[in-house]
Design a protein around this ligand. Structure first.
Ligand SMILES: *[C@@H]1O[C@H](CO)[C@@H](O)[C@H](O)[C@H]1NC(C)=O
Ligand SMILES: *[C@@H]1O[C@H](CO)[C@@H](O)[C@H](O)[C@H]1NC(C)=O
Length: 459
């Protein structure tokens, strides 16, 4: 016998399942696919390209993105090995561009002209970083990005774009050419000594103990290559494939969150994510055979709902990452796939893919106010610089699901969700701009990190 509560829950689950089945059917039809090429990326041995490309090609209209895959190819369209071009990361960002204003550019001193550019980031949760909708690094080729039915990442809703603006997309692509490198892995870890860098991109001296990371491999830097190497320049592209369906009410929208293991929120109350961190080599004083460096951080999401997709992001040396519920249950354990050979997609020593999680409906429901813990494990047999421990998750907003189940009048529902998302999106954009400005005003203090630069925002 079921209690009243149980039977209610049961019929709710059945209703959701029924909705799910109907929606799956609906989505099977009309899946569209298109393959695009990014702008040209020119590299020579040892060089770094870390550029921002505005107004990239992207599907038009009010749609639900179902997957976003990518890989680096050469001019013949052939895949390029990570052993030659290390793809540090690519990210795709949404922004609102004031109509009629072309050539929006980031200015080191001014940032963006606020009135022309509004970053329409994901749902969080770092204060000034990781606002992208899509993005991966070396693991791009073998990581599934598919969003299962009946869910979708909603973009291009004209009602959510502020009046006088249009929605556009931009890329940040960070690629490192390690052909002929003295220490290819060291180049990929952005070790400052290999780049002969003591100042960051904006001429600020690096902290003395900053040994490596993105502040040493910015656009135009050069990693150490073998003497007498012929400098063969070549042009590459990020080839990206987007799958989508036209938006319909049968699609359940998901929110994108990116959690960072360096987020100090549990100690400081601020999501001041560092984006990257270092792994110290194990201490010889400790007699142990466990070469694992474990980091954890906890956060609380602003919404409750089901996790429908999750994947971690780590650099070489990463051995596993997991996301836990407050009671310790695992929401997702995402393991790296290391290459074994020399071909593109199977490069030995590199993370070429990652396991992803598609929790069964109801099995990964996050409760309101529940603390989630990100765990990132690296091997500390060797030291590593500039590593990352991120978790990208897609979460349904349960308030929206409930609206659906109780059949709030369609128009009303639309109005509620539109206002909610529009205000939320704007708030995030504005919050990022404000946080940049606030930090810039502290200029009398010794600021080593250029907080308001694009690297900290977008990596
Ligand atoms: C490293 O940088 C310094 C100062 O910019 C320069 O004088 C020196 O020649 C560089 N060394 C190499 C090996 O490029
Ligand atoms: C990380 O390492 C710790 C300690 O060895 C282990 O207990 C935990 O299960 C590991 N987590 C993952 C996701 O591999």
């Amino acid at each position: 016998m079921m209690s009243r509560g149980e039977s209610l829950a049961f019929s709710f689950a059945i209703t959701l399942l029924a909705i799910g089945v109907l929606k799956t059917k609906a989505l099977e039809n009309g899946l569209k696919t298109r393959v695009y090429l990014s702008p040209k990326i020119t590299l020579h041995p040892g060089s770094v390209s870390n550029k921002y490309y505005y107004d990239i090609e992207f599907p038009k209209g009010h749609i639900a993105i179902k997957s976003f895959n990518a890989e680096v190819v050469d001019e013949a369209g052939d895949p390029v090995s990570l052993q030659e071009t290390y793809l540090h990361h690519w990210i795709a960002l949404r922004y609102y561009n004031r109509k009629g204003v072309n050539n929006i550019k980031y200015n080191v001193n001014l940032g963006y002209l606020q009135s022309d550019f509004i970053l329409a980031g994901n749902a969080g949760i770092c204060d000034s970083g990781l606002p992208q909708f899509f993005g991966l690094g070396s693991e791009t080729r073998k990581t599934s990005t598919h969003v299962p039915d009946p869910y979708g990442i909603e973009v291009g809703n004209p009602l959510k774009v502020p009046t006088g603006y249009e929605e556009k997309w931009m890329f940040n692509i960070h690629a490192i050419d390690t052909r002929g490198a003295v220490d290819a892995m060291g180049c990929t870890e952005c070790r400052c000594d290999l780049y002969n860098v003591t100042e960051d991109e904006y001429g600020q001296p690096l902290k003395p103990n900053y040994l490596g990371g993105v502040y040493c491999c910015y656009d135009g830097t050069q990693c150490k290559v073998n003497n007498g190497l012929e400098s063969t320049e070549r042009n590459l592209y990020l080839k990206y494939t987007i799958k989508w369906v036209d938006w319909s009410d049968s699609i359940i929208p998901v929110q994108i969150f990116i959690l960072d293991v360096t987020d100090p929120w549990q100690y400081t109350g601020i999501h001041d994510c560092l984006i990257e961190y270092d792994i110290e080599k194990y201490s010889t004083k400790v007699a142990t055979n466990d070469f694992t460096d474990t980091r954890r951080s906890s956060v609380i999401l602003p919404i409750d709902g089901d996790v429908v997709y999750a994947v971690a992001h780590q650099h070489s040396g990463g051995i596993g990452s997991a996301l836990y519920r407050e009671d310790g249950r695992v929401i997702c354990s995402s393991k790296p796939i290391y290459g074994q050979g020399n071909s593109a997609g199977d490069e030995a020593g590199y993370i070429v893919g990652r396991s992803t999680c598609y929790p069964k409906l109801g099995s990964a429901r996050i409760l309101k106010g529940e603390a989630l813990t990100v765990e990132s494990n690296y091997s500390n047999e060797k030291s590593h610089t500039g590593v990352m421990g991120h978790f990208y998750i897609l979460v349904t907003d349960s308030s929206m699901g409930l609206n659906e189940a109780v059949h709030i009048h369609e128009d009303l529902k639309e109005v509620i969700s539109l206002w909610g998302v529009a205000v939320f999106g704007l708030a995030i954009g504005v919050a990022i701009l404000i946080s940049c400005q606030k930090r810039n005003r502290n200029e009398d203090a010794y600021i080593y990190v250029p907080y308001c630069n694009l690297n900290t925002l977008f990596i």
